[in-house]
Design a protein around this ligand. Structure first.
Ligand SMILES: Cc1cc2nc3c(=O)[nH]c(=O)nc-3n(C[C@H](O)[C@H](O)[C@H](O)COP(=O)(O)O)c2cc1C
Length: 213
C-alpha cells in the first residue's frame, strides 16, 4: 500500500476483532512513529501499551464511557514529554511538542493501516484519571488514547471539505479558487524543457542527418 492509498483508505474504527496483533507488525508500527518529524528532532513521544482487560476498561471508562475501546486487543496511551525542549524553543515549546506528537500519531495510524490494523484517535478522556491509573508523571502530556486491532466494521468515509475550501492562492481568501501550479510557472517549466531538448538535439546531431550518412 503506498502512502496516498493509506491516507485515502484509513478510517476511524470503533469495532475490533479480538485477534492479537503480531509482535513483528507492532514493532514496525512503533518504528514508524520514530520516523516522524519533530521540532529540533527532540522526539518527545512516549507510548504505554495496554493489553490487560481491567486496565483497558479503566481507559474506556475514563474516556467518558466509550466502552468499545476495551474491546480492542491493544490500547495505547500516547504521551509526550517536552524534556528540555524549552531551552531551545521557549514559548513555542508546547505548540512544538503537540505538533511533533501529532505527526507521530498520524505516522502510527497510517503505518498500522498499511498492515491492515485499524485505529481510532481518542481525544475525549478525563486526563487526571488516566494519569493516575498509569502513573504518568506531571509535565508529561497525555495526547491521545489509541485502540489498535483488526477491524470488525467498514465505515464509509465521512464528508470532507472540497480542496478549494481550504487551499487559497497567494493570500488568505475564503472564497478564492486556487490553481495547483500557476500558469506562468507551467509556461516557465515548459520553456526550460524545450531549451533542454534543444541542447540535447544539438549535442547528438539531428536524427534525420544521421540517417542520411
Ligand atoms: C484530536 C482528535 C480527537 C478525537 N477524539 C475522538 C473520540 O474521543 N472518540 C471517537 O470516537 N473519535 C474521536 N476522534 C476521531 C474522529 O471522530 C474522526 O477522525 C473523524 O470523525 C473523521 O473520521 P475518519 O477518521 O474515519 O476519517 C478524534 C479525532 C481527533 C483527530
Amino acid at each position: 500500500m503506498d502512502v496516498l492509498e493509506a491516507i485515502k483508505t484509513r478510517r476511524s474504527i470503533r469495532r475490533f476483532r479480538p485477534h492479537r496483533i503480531p509482535q513483528d507488525v507492532l514493532e514496525k508500527i512503533f518504528d514508524a512513529v520514530g520516523d516522524a518529524p519533530s521540532a529540533g528532532n527532540f522526539q518527545p513521544w512516549r507510548i504505554i501499551l495496554v493489553a490487560n482487560k481491567e486496565k483497558k476498561e479503566i481507559i474506556a471508562k475514563a474516556a467518558f464511557d466509550q466502552f468499545w475501546i476495551a474491546d480492542a486487543p491493544l490500547v495505547l496511551v500516547f504521551c509526550s514529554n517536552a524534556g528540555n525542549m524549552k531551552a531551545d524553543f521557549g514559548k513555542r515549546t508546547e505548540l512544538y511538542r503537540t505538533q511533533s506528537a501529532s505527526a507521530a500519531i498520524q505516522n502510527l495510524m497510517l503505518a498500522a493501516h498499511s498492515f491492515g490494523i485499524a485505529s481510532c484517535w481518542i481525544g475525549d478522556f478525563a486526563e487526571p484519571k488516566i494519569r493516575k491509573a498509569f502513573q504518568i508523571p506531571d509535565g508529561t502530556s497525555i495526547d491521545a488514547i489509541i485502540p489498535l486491532g483488526y477491524p470488525a466494521e467498514k465505515p464509509k468515509q465521512k464528508s470532507r471539505l472540497e480542496v478549494t475550501d481550504y487551499v487559497f492562492a497567494e493570500k488568505w481568501d475564503e472564497k478564492g479558487r486556487y490553481a495547483v501550479v500557476p500558469l506562468h510557472e507551467t509556461l516557465t517549466a515548459l520553456h526550460e524543457r524545450l531549451k533542454e531538448l534543444g541542447t540535447q538535439l544539438k549535442s547528438k546531431g539531428r536524427p534525420s542527418a544521421r540517417k542520411t550518412k
